[in-house]
Design a protein around this ligand. Structure first.
Ligand code: TPP
Ligand code: MG
Length: 550
């Protein structure tokens, strides 16, 4: 029997390492979901809704390198689209498989469910196009070639791709698979590579003082060991920005801390901005990555290594791959000894045992709680802005959706990350307003036997918004008050340790119990309405540079 379209799609994805698929089924996508469930090498991970499934796939892709999401036509795929757009923004390859109505329905322009009722079937692929790097509607004739094109796009651009399969085609035999060879990965132009490596090495050699910014593209492109080898070959101090936290290990002796423009860590800003040369390995010059655009680096002194090109000062070098640049440069540079600031952690928690929990206690206490190897998933809001300045222990990873910055990302992303690395301790830290978006995904964690530690910061509303808007007490930043610590029981995680804490001593005790419970744990941390982390307070003072209004 010849291979069906869906068997071929899954076979190629398995060859890339696919093990798990996140999704929500629907009648048009039964062919896809059936094939996944019938495949003994694959696992279907059902989510509560498609937004959660897309965010879970995003979290999974951050650990495993790529992820697969399966949804139904129209209703399902559009709900997933907000999550897919996040993966596009944050450079994560997610394959989105969508089951469409069958071809007869489409040809006859029938009025069917999950459409706008106008007989048009290509509307949703059009809506999706700006948020993916390639898309295709598969047929028996084009499936083999289109699959190679989509894989190539996802691998080379590290962005989502969209594959729709009409319901009657999922199990149709594939035509002409053998004739299609996988497309080669893009390679650097040898002349351009030599020229850029010489230019960088020369600029570094001429600089008396230099530093490295380790950017988010390092983990996204799977280049941690190449980047580390280069950093060690240069001997230069390295810093990270918000989106790039833990791009390289924060316990490394050359790590100096977080650079956040004028907002935080003045000694790091002074050092970085005073260097003759800054080698930026894939960090982005975005609002929240640059301390609301207060980072002030002379472009003439900067070397910027991106995925497919490099800028040395104002000169652009196209056709060079980051992987090749890192490897070639590591063999070319000479070691430098540049005196730099020493990395600082958050220090000791400050506050009396029976006092109400304040940021002075909470963030240093979290820093102490983290262990080597932890996966920490921090939500958009004041909480990630406080945690970003904690020093992470060896081998631990800090995940945050800094650029897309969607509320609700962290809870399902923590589920996806925990599925990707069940042997590691997963710690979700979320504000309660964001948690309200996607809280049901707590239930998938226990359903699939995962034992995370969840902290829900309850500050009675949207604190970051209170700090950025005209009137902190505006009613639109108030939210319904839920009994957060009761969620695990409601969501079927009855054996989890749960607590609601309001004082420092209660927080300590709950953390100790969570560590030894042997089950999942959920701790609701109650603070004052206006108890903000230092970076969030600084952002409040920097609204003019943040929004470009000065
Ligand atoms: C989908 C989406 N809608 C709206 C926003 C705007 N927004 C950003 S943070 C935030 C409030 C976050 O509140 P919470 O999670 O409670 O964190 P806090 O700042 O209170 O610690 C809002 C409304 C957003 N980022 N994403
Ligand atoms: Mg809040």
């Amino acid at each position: 029997m010849s291979q069906t379209i869906i068997e071929h799609v899954l076979m190629r994805l398995k060859e890339l390492g696919l093990k798990d698929v996140f999704g929500v089924p629907g009648d048009y996508s039964f062919g896809i979901s059936d094939a996944i469930c019938e495949d003994p090498e694959l696992r279907w991970l059902g989510c509560s809704n498609e937004l959660n499934a897309a965010f879970a796939a995003d979290g999974y892709a951050r650990i495993k390198g790529f992820a697969v999401l399966a949804t139904t036509f129209g209703v399902g795929e559009l709900i997933a689209l907000a999550g897919i757009a996040g993966s596009y923004t944050e450079h994560l390859p997610v394959f989105h498989l969508v089951g469409m109505p069958n071809l007869k329905t489409q040809r006859e322009h029938r009025i069917v469910h999950h459409t706008l009722g106008n007989g048009e079937f290509d509307l949703f692929v059009k809506m999706t196009q700006p948020a993916v790097c390639a898309s295709a509607i598969l047929t028996p004739e084009n499936a083999a070639a289109e699959m190679e094109r989509l894989i190539n796009a996802a691998v080379n651009h590290r962005r989502p791709v969209y594959l729709a399969i009409p319901a009657d085609y999922a199990k149709a035999p594939l035509l002409g698979a053998g004739a299609v060879a996988p497309a080669p990965a893009p390679a650097s132009d040898p002349g351009a590579l030599e020229a850029v490596v010489n230019a960088i090495a020369e600029k570094l050699a001429q600089a008396e003082t230099a530093a490295i910014l380790a950017g988010y593209l390092i983990p996204r492109l799977g280049l941690s060991s190449e980047a580390l080898a280069l950093v060690e070959a240069t001997g230069l101090p390295f810093a990270t920005m918000f989106m790039d936290k833990t791009a390289l290990d924060e316990s490394h002796p050359q790590y100096i801390g977080m650079y956040d423009g004028r907002l935080m860590n003045p000694e790091i800003r002074e050092f970085i901005e005073g260097c003759d040369c800054v080698l930026n390995l894939g960090a982005l010059w975005s609002d929240l990555n640059t301390g609301a655009f207060t980072a002030n680096l002379d472009p003439g002194r900067m070397i910027e290594v991106r995925h497919h090109f490099v800028r040395v000062g104002r000169a652009l070098f196209p056709k060079v791959e980051m992987r090749d640049v890192l490897a070639a440069l590591a063999g070319k540079v000479t070691k430098k000894n540049v005196p730099a600031p020493k990395v600082q952690g958050l220090g000791e928690p400050r506050g009396a045992p029976n006092s109400q929990i304040t940021p002075d206690y909470l963030y240093p206490r979290w820093e102490k709680f983290f262990k080597p190897g932890d996966l920490v998933i921090a939500e958009t809001g004041t909480v990630s802005m406080g945690l970003a300045f904690a020093r992470m222990p060896p081998g631990s990873v800090f995940l945050n959706q800094t650029l897309w910055a969607s509320m609700g990302w962290a809870t399902p992303a923590a589920f996806g990350a925990a599925v990707a690395a069940p042997q590691r301790r997963t710690i979700l830290i979320t504000g309660e307003g964001s948690h309200q978006f996607t809280v049901q995904e707590i239930s998938q964690l226990c359903r699939y036997g995962l034992k995370p530690i969840v902290f829900c910061l309850n500050n009675q509303g949207y604190l970051i918004e209170r700090l950025l808007c005209k009137d902190p007490l505006s009613c639109y930043n108030d939210i319904a008050q839920w009994h957060y610590h009761q969620f695990p029981g409601v969501f079927g995680c009855s054996d989890w340790f749960t607590a609601r804490v309001t004082t420092n001593a209660e927080l300590d005790s709950a953390m100790e119990k969570a560590e030894t419970a042997g089950t999942g744990a959920y701790i609701e941390v109650v603070t004052d309405k206006m108890a903000a982390s230092p970076m969030a307070l600084k952002l409040h003072e920097a609204v003019q540079t943040l929004y470009g209004t000065q």
